[in-house]
Design a protein around this ligand. Structure first.
Ligand SMILES: *Cc1c(COP(=O)(O)O)cnc(C)c1O
Length: 461
């Protein structure tokens, strides 16, 4: 039966409501070398508060630009909303350990216990709250597969805000379920590129028949926000404010682990734009930066969209239409679009600037994995742990299993913590491909990447 060595540690470690963190943690405050600032694409000077105001909500800009305040109090209203689905459980993967016959101890933090099915609701409610507090009418955003759009629709419905979502066209057509969840919560969903915006019309003219990309949808959502009185644009990943809100994941982990005197050796998370991973590792990275502890931090990305492992650390556009500020990050170039055979999510061309800087400083490692191996791990995990994981989350599962198997070889009893960001109920087309043996692994060639790097803006900073 189950491992008897840890009989004092339950399968699920739950926190009480009053043990929930009351402030988010901003890891930038503890970084000696700060992430590079956002630049104005015209002047190439660091973006100022005033310049960002037409696009973003005031409080969120303050959070975005603040590299020194370590803790931001979580407003009571947001904490109350969090209580509907938080604290999320930290689970000891006893059954997976048993299956793998590994001496490693595996824990995962499960963020899929809400209708949106992922961690994105942690930041969606925060962003919607600050928009509401500013007296805005509504918010605009983009969504790829639809997780972020769903989370934002839920948060907007709760607060009575109008929510307009530009959804990447191929997902809009191929993933009707999330689209309808969003509409049920009252959001207006538009396939992108659309003819509703100038940038959408331009992209359609240059690439007729395109099935869209996140980069295009971002450009459209930004334009829609600036063109309507009382609207602002919000983003579900990549930005530092999102990392800040997602720190709730890591902070809760810390409290739960400390309660049982557990110290992880290794912390693993999947990386798309970097928000769940950044949130999970933030308090641990903070300890490393303050010289209090050491951890092995691992970002896992798809081999078909390898921004950390094969990208360049450079200033780049965050969107295809080049309307957003420039961000210094590990990037594949804003024109990069992963192969259409890729169904595992995590498709963004760049990476959050805190994680990019941490990776550049050697504080974090990165590995890339091919999607068939990701789905193999998902299936193995689902069979023994019961949860049907999102393809994105399964990148982290893959590497957690690989590391646990290494421990089996060496006999090391490492403690592994990974982030299980969500459930995969809306990803059954991808699972179907996998089950039919029709999933292929696409890895971009160096030539393809070079072509995309050639479009990076030439900025010596
Ligand atoms: C959006 C999403 C991700 C990736 O986004 P990050 O910002 O990198 O965290 C991972 N898992 C799930 C379930 C998601 O919905």
């Amino acid at each position: 039966m189950k491992d008897q060595r840890d009989q004092n540690i339950p399968y699920k470690i739950y926190l009480n409501e009053n043990e929930m963190p009351k402030a988010w943690y901003n890891v930038r405050a503890d970084m000696k070398k700060k992430p590079a600032p956002l630049l104005n694409p015209q002047t190439l000077e660091p973006m100022k508060f005033e310049e960002l105001r037409p696009v973003f909500c005031d409080e969120l800009i303050k959070q975005e630009l603040d590299d020194t305040t370590a803790y931001f109090e979580i407003p009571q209203e947001i904490r109350d909303f969090y209580k509907m689905f938080r604290p999320s459980p930290l689970i000891r993967a006893y059954c997976l350990e048993e299956k793998l016959q590994t001496p490693a101890k595996i824990y995962y933090k499960f963020e899929g216990n809400n209708t949106s099915g992922s961690h994105k609701l942690n930041s969606a409610i925060a962003q919607a709250y600050y928009a509401k507090k500013q007296g805005l009418k509504g918010i605009t955003t983009e969504t790829g597969a639809g997780q972020w759009g769903t989370a934002l629709s839920m948060a907007s419905a709760y607060l009575g805000l109008d929510c307009q979502v530009y959804m990447v066209k191929c997902s809009y057509e191929q993933k009707p379920f999330r689209r309808e969840v969003m509409r049920t919560y009252g959001a207006k969903v538009t396939p992108s590129p659309s003819d509703k915006t100038e940038v959408g019309r331009k992209i359609l003219q240059e690439h007729p028949g395109t099935s869209g990309s996140l980069g295009c949808a971002i450009s459209e959502a930004v334009e829609a926000a600036t063109n309507q009185e009382g609207y602002r644009y919000v983003l579900g990943s990549v930005l530092n404010q999102v990392l800040l809100h997602q720190s709730i994941i890591g902070l809760e982990c810390k409290v739960a682990l400390d309660k049982y005197g557990i110290k992880p050796d290794m912390i693993i998370g999947c990386a798309g734009g970097g928000s769940n991973l950044g949130g999970l590792i933030s308090p641990f990275l903070g300890e490393m930066l303050r010289g209090e502890a050491d951890y092995e931090l691992i970002a896992v990305e798809p081999a078909s969209c390898p921004s950390l492992t094969r990208g360049k650390y450079a200033y780049d556009y965050c969107d295809t239409g080049k309307v957003c500020p420039l961000s210094k990050m590990y990037t594949l170039g804003s024109n990069f679009i992963p192969s259409s055979s890729h169904s595992g999510g995590l498709r963004y061309h760049g990476m959050n600037s805190v994680l990019s800087e941490a990776y550049d400083q050697g504080l974090m490692k990165a590995v890339s994995v091919e999607q068939t191996r990701v789905f193999e791990a998902a299936q193995e995990f689902a069979k023994v742990e019961g949860i049907l994981p999102a393809p994105e989350s399964s990148h982290a599962i893959r590497v957690a299993i690989d590391e646990a198997l290494k421990c089996k070889e060496t006999g090391e009893e490492k403690t592994i913590l990974f982030g299980l960001t969500g459930t995969g109920y809306f990803d059954m087309m991808a699972y179907g491909k996998f089950n039919d043996g029709e999933m292929s692994d696409y890895i971009p060639t160096d030539e393809e990447l070079e072509k995309s790097f050639a479009t990076l803006p030439k900025i010596e900073k």
